[in-house]
Design a protein around this ligand. Structure first.
Ligand SMILES: [Zn+2]
Length: 93
């Protein structure tokens, strides 16, 4: 397991991703090439699928009613480039 060195991104953080900041390995079933806003549920840095290039991020769309409604599994799952995560978190400070 090679966990990438990433800033801590707590659940509930809002990530605003440009179309080049993220991708989905299964493009056929996922609308790509657009900006994405998501409320972080988890940044999967502990997963064996995390690389120094990108990690799985799961979360919810801002328009989703979570967590005020009943809990449901994250409705968004995508690969986010580590570079983008560092840039976003760095820019907020
Ligand atoms: Zn949701």
């Amino acid at each position: 397991m090679t966990a990438p060195d990433l800033p801590d991104i707590p659940p509930g953080s809002l990530l605003l991703l440009d179309s080049e900041d993220w991708y989905h390995p299964d493009e056929a079933t996922f609308e790509i090439d657009r900006d994405v806003a998501l409320i972080v549920a988890k940044v999967h840095t502990d997963s064996s699928s995390a690389t120094s290039f990108s990690v799985w991020v799961t979360g919810h769309a801002p328009e989703c009613t979570w967590p005020s409604s009943e809990y449901h599994p994250p409705c968004i799952q995508l690969r986010v480039r580590c570079e983008a995560l560092r840039r976003i978190v760095g820019g907020q400070r």
